[in-house]
Design a protein around this ligand. Structure first.
Ligand code: ANZ
Length: 957
């Protein structure tokens, strides 16, 4: 008989067996019920989603997934791993007395839909909404307990109105470094007006033109436009983030040249928050690896600024973390883009300029111009790459080392980056590897100022490499006023910093690697900026009443592209071609005037910076979020000093950008008093990846994984041997398995169990469709333990459960409960399986309380079958809001342990005792034992040594 025939025969014999068809029926029915019943609707304590006050009075749990981009290809089984995990956790929390907020929205602006629009002419909203509908259908099939009223999509004007509103708050504030917080820009203006704060440059605020004032304020605003060097890609018509540029300075997409070009772009002053973003990491419950990545990204360095005079009026300020080595600075390097370069370059090479310094150019100006063009074609990544071959050119200028008094040559070289420190360094070739390589290439002097701890001696000109040490002692570092000789690095740093500070030529400083966040994109499918420019080009914020500023309809979604090599072009955005939308007459409070709209859009990250807040109060048209509602769900709690979401689950690839940007926005909103939580996500958890086998033919091309035959551990496709490797899951590797397929074959509960049982949640694991059936069988046995497969009737009895069953039950409750709360879903399933196997083996109908507790136990993991069995057991309420079983400790401990009773070291009796027996009780029990009494024969006892629960040793007198 074939397998299908066997199944068919079984179905006739057992029409009420749990099968895929039955699962499909059960699951669809309960999903419909949950939707109409609003089973997963979570009440707020107040406002328009306020519901059950008793529920809202419970402790809260805000459980969240990183929200998905609605991809046109839909979900494969790898995607919902995290969604199922948070769902299981949320369900368990609901059953243990928490008011649980769990929902899912869509991060729906993005490039794929825009590119699709460019290629097909379909509006990106249309394709995005279709993709969202498809994903919603797929997710619903999994039985996820989301409060659907709270779902949001970043592309909805009702949502992005508030993204724009937040932009305005950021634009309208500045960072007060003394108060260590953001404040309204109006307070800064007031301080300039009344003179309580000095206007930069010591100017008189009243005397400044409105353009000058706008300029001054732009230097303070937390969102500001600036002419920063950005990655301009004429071939694509857009600027690119550093991450989108390859190591050889081309666009990752399309392979076009990328130029460093100064373009006016919006930025977010995230650097103002560098220290708070660092400090607050301590209070977060995040994986150490992610915290470390954020720390490195923020990159705090302690050091000093030191001025090197070039002329009586000009000085080059360097940032150094090794100011102790100042006596060893024998040359200087400026980043090629440094603004002082033009000022210091002399008309001709100074007398005696070394040939290798000039790069063969007739004048310093020529040399500098040529080198700048060369450096501009390189990406920062490439410039920083530790290539031994250092390039650069002499500027023709000299600066004075402030401690040695020596004139040192000033170079430009691309290993010094404009965006770090001051964009200028003092080079100490003896003690820095990069400076050493450069000095060798350009035949520059080296001076040893830190005593090597090996036998190379102090003549650096004979060394093979720099001597880098943070422990050794200083040498050759004295002048008439100061000596660092003999000091350790730490003391020397302190001493030289004081000396420089006293003379006003330097100071201790902290530098961060973090850069401001480039916030404009030349795209259509993003949030428009709520900014207009007046006829003088001054930026004005739109008033809140004009939000949302909706995207206009356009014919052409792509930015204008140019000749790929034409660096002298500048972006023309899709929105800028829409003259009617761009040119507007508005009354911004001083009469109707003409304005031009900003035509860039916000980057993809904007909408995901704050969505947790909108889940709380999704339809509030007056406020971003009701403060009382925000306080309830997000406010600081014991152990959560900065507040935040209780559990946030997502991939480790978001270690920096999204998580850093969201933290930054939270801090600004917190400072301005809009929210009570200074951090968005208190606990972060990174789920592993579901990997899949990729099968490749002899040419290396992937072949459909579903059509592979396995014979004796070898794999064949259409009879030809193929190679198997582990990789990602996806369409292109022809190994995608969809949740739809698995649900059709086994049901959603089986899929949920399988994904959770595959291994610890944070570990990556290979998908194996053939193994899914194991969880299906578990559900079949569970069903059979409660329902008669022939009649469909519940088989439970009112008889008392036996002791062994109670022990198995309470052990499972105890273990699985702790595992579910600790996100150890695989071990929870193992314990429930063990219990179910015990019950199967024991045979006979289950006692009612055992059946009920078993159903409650598995309810978070397999909610549909649990709901069905719960109702079959005669309940009229949903299992979703029932209490999770509580273990009876009496049954959790092992039944009994054997205690050996010895007299003078010889075994006289064995007792079966409870494991938790006290020493006193055990002693009494041992002394009362018949065999012991007999063996002692009335002898006096000198001492009794008790090691509960395993040993009693009696020593007679
Ligand atoms: C002198 C010196 C001597 C340095 C020495 C190091 C070792 P971190 O730790 O990453 O902050 N530096 C400063 N600005 C730079 C820039 N814009 N581009 C490239 N390099 C730059 O590194 C700080 C050190 O990196 C600084 O300390 C400076 O070199 C260099 F034995 O100054 B040091």
């Amino acid at each position: 008989m074939s397998e299908t025939n066997t199944a068919a025969a079984a179905e006739t014999a057992a029409p009420h067996r749990y099968t895929a068809a039955m699962a499909a029926d059960i699951e669809a029915r309960w999903q419909d019920f949950w939707d109409t019943d609003g089973t997963y609707e979570t009440p707020n304590p107040t406002g328009d989603l306020a519901g059950d006050a008793a529920v809202a009075a419970r402790p809260k749990k805000f459980v969240m997934d990183m929200f998905p981009y609605p991809s046109g290809t839909g979900l494969h089984v790898g995607h919902p791993l995290g969604y199922i995990a948070t769902d299981v956790y949320a369900r368990h929390q609901r059953m243990t007395g928490h008011n649980v907020l769990h929902t899912l929205g869509f991060d729906a602006f993005g490039l794929p839909a825009e590119q699709h629009a460019v290629a097909t002419g379909t509006h990106p909203r249309v394709s995005t909404e279709a993709a969202m509908d498809n994903m919603k259908r797929q997710l619903r099939r999994l039985g996820l307990g989301h409060d659907k009223r709270r779902s949001v999509a970043t592309i909805d004007p009702e949502y992005y109105k508030w993204t724009q509103w937040i932009f305005l708050q950021i634009f309208n504030s500045w960072y007060d470094a003394d108060a260590r917080k953001a404040r309204p820009i109006a307070e800064l203006v007031a301080a300039f007006e009344d003179g309580s704060r000095e206007v930069p440059g010591g100017r008189d605020w009243a005397a400044l033109s409105s353009a000058e004032r706008a300029d001054v304020l732009g230097g303070f605003r937390l969102a500001y436009a600036s002419d920063a060097p950005v990655n301009w890609c004429p071939g694509l018509g857009t600027v690119l983030a550093n991450e989108e540029v390859t190591a050889d300075g081309r666009s990752e997409r399309g392979n076009f040249p990328v130029f460093k070009s100064k373009l006016r772009q919006w930025n977010m002053r995230i650097t103002a928050y560098a220290d708070r973003l660092l400090d607050d990491l301590d209070g977060l419950d995040w994986p150490d690896a992610i915290k470390l990545q954020q720390r490195n990204w923020i990159g705090r360095s302690e050091g000093a600024r030191v001025d090197f005079k070039v002329t009586d009026t000009d000085a080059i300020t360097v940032f150094s973390t090794r100011q102790d080595t100042l006596f060893g600075a024998t040359y200087m390097v400026l980043a090629p883009e440094h603004e002082l370069v033009d000022t210091i370059v002399p008309a001709a090479w100074p007398e005696g300029t070394h040939d290798v310094w000039t790069g063969g150019h007739a004048t310093p100006a020529d040399a500098v111009a040529t080198y700048r063009a060369f450096a501009a074609a390189k990406s920062d990544v490439e410039r920083q790459a530790d290539a031994k071959q250092k390039t650069g050119v002499f500027t023709g200028a000299f600066a004075t080392n402030p401690v040695s008094g020596e004139k040192v040559p000033v170079f430009i070289a691309d290993y010094v980056l404009m965006g770090y420190g001051t964009g200028a360094i003092m080079a100490v070739p003896a003690h820095d590897a990069r400076d050493f390589a450069f000095a060798r290439a350009f035949e520059l002097p080296m001076r040893c100022v830190v005593q090597p701890d090996d036998d190379r001696g102090t003549d650096a000109s004979t060394w093979d490499e720099a001597f880098v040490s943070h422990e050794a002692k200083l040498v050759n570092s004295a002048n008439d006023e100061i000596s660092l000789d003999g000091l350790g690095v730490v003391e020397a740093k302190a001493k030289i910093t004081d000396w420089l500070t006293e003379r006003g030529i330097g100071e201790g400083t902290v530098n961060f690697r973090l850069r401001d966040w480039l916030f404009s994109r030349q795209r259509y499918w993003g949030e428009p900026f709520p900014i207009v420019y007046d006829e003088d080009g001054i930026a004005h914020p739109l008033p809140e009443s004009m939000l949302p500023l909706e995207l206009p309809e356009v014919d052409d979604y792509s930015p204008r592209t140019f000749e790929p090599d034409d660096a002298d072009t500048s972006p023309e955005t899709p929105l800028s071609r829409n003259e009617d939308w761009v040119n507007v007459e508005l009354d911004l409070g001083d009469g109707v005037k003409k304005y031009r709209r900003e035509t860039n859009t916000m980057p993809n990250w904007a909408g995901s910076c704050w969505y947790q807040l909108r889940y709380l109060d999704p339809h509030n048209s007056e406020k971003l979020v009701d403060p009382a509602v925000e306080q309830y769900w997000m406010g600081p709690r014991e152990g959560q000093p900065t507040g935040g979401v209780d559990l946030y689950v997502g991939g480790a690839e978001h270690a920096v950008l999204h998580l850093l940007y969201a933290r930054f926005w939270s801090k600004v909103l917190f400072d301005l008093g809009h929210i009570s939580s200074a951090e968005p996500y208190h606990k972060l958890y990174n789920q592993g990846m579901i990997q899949a086998y990729v099968y490749r033919d002899s040419r290396g091309f992937p072949v459909p994984a579903a059509e592979i035959e396995e014979r004796d551990g070898k794999f064949f496709f259409e009879g030809e041997p193929v190679k198997r490797e582990l990789g990602k899951m996806g369409k292109s590797l022809k190994n995608a398995v969809t949740p739809d397929e698995i649900c059709a074959e086994y049901g959603a509960d089986t899929l949920r169990l399988y994904e959770m049982a595959m291994g610890p949640l944070d570990v990556s694991r290979p998908w194996d469709t053939r193994a899914v059936v194991g969880q299906y069988r578990l559900l079949q046995r569970l069903w059979r333990n409660i329902v008669d497969e022939a009649t469909g009737e519940v088989t439970v009895t009112d008889a008392e459960p036996d002791e062994a069953t109670l022990r198995a039950l309470h052990k499972a409750i105890d273990g699985a409960g702790g595992d579910l709360a600790g996100l150890r879903f695989n071990t929870a399933i193992a314990k429930i399986t063990e219990l179910n196997n015990h019950l199967t083996k024991a045979g006979g109908p289950l006692a009612r309380p055992v059946a009920e507790q078993l159903v409650l136990l598995i309810a978070p993991l397999a909610p549909h079958i649990a709901e069905e069995l719960w109702r079959k057991l005669g309940h009229t309420d949903s299992v979703v809001h029932r209490d999770f079983p509580v273990a009876d400790p009496a049954y959790v401990v092992d039944e009994a342990v054997t205690c050996v009773v010895q007299i003078k070291g010889k075994v006289k009796a064995r007792l079966e005792v409870p494991p938790a027996i006290t020493e006193d009780e055990l002693e009494k029990l041992a002394l009362a034992d018949e065999a012991v009494v007999a063996a002692l024969a009335g002898a006096d006892i000198r001492k009794v040594i008790v090691r509960a629960p395993k040993l009693v040793n009696i020593v007679p007198a």
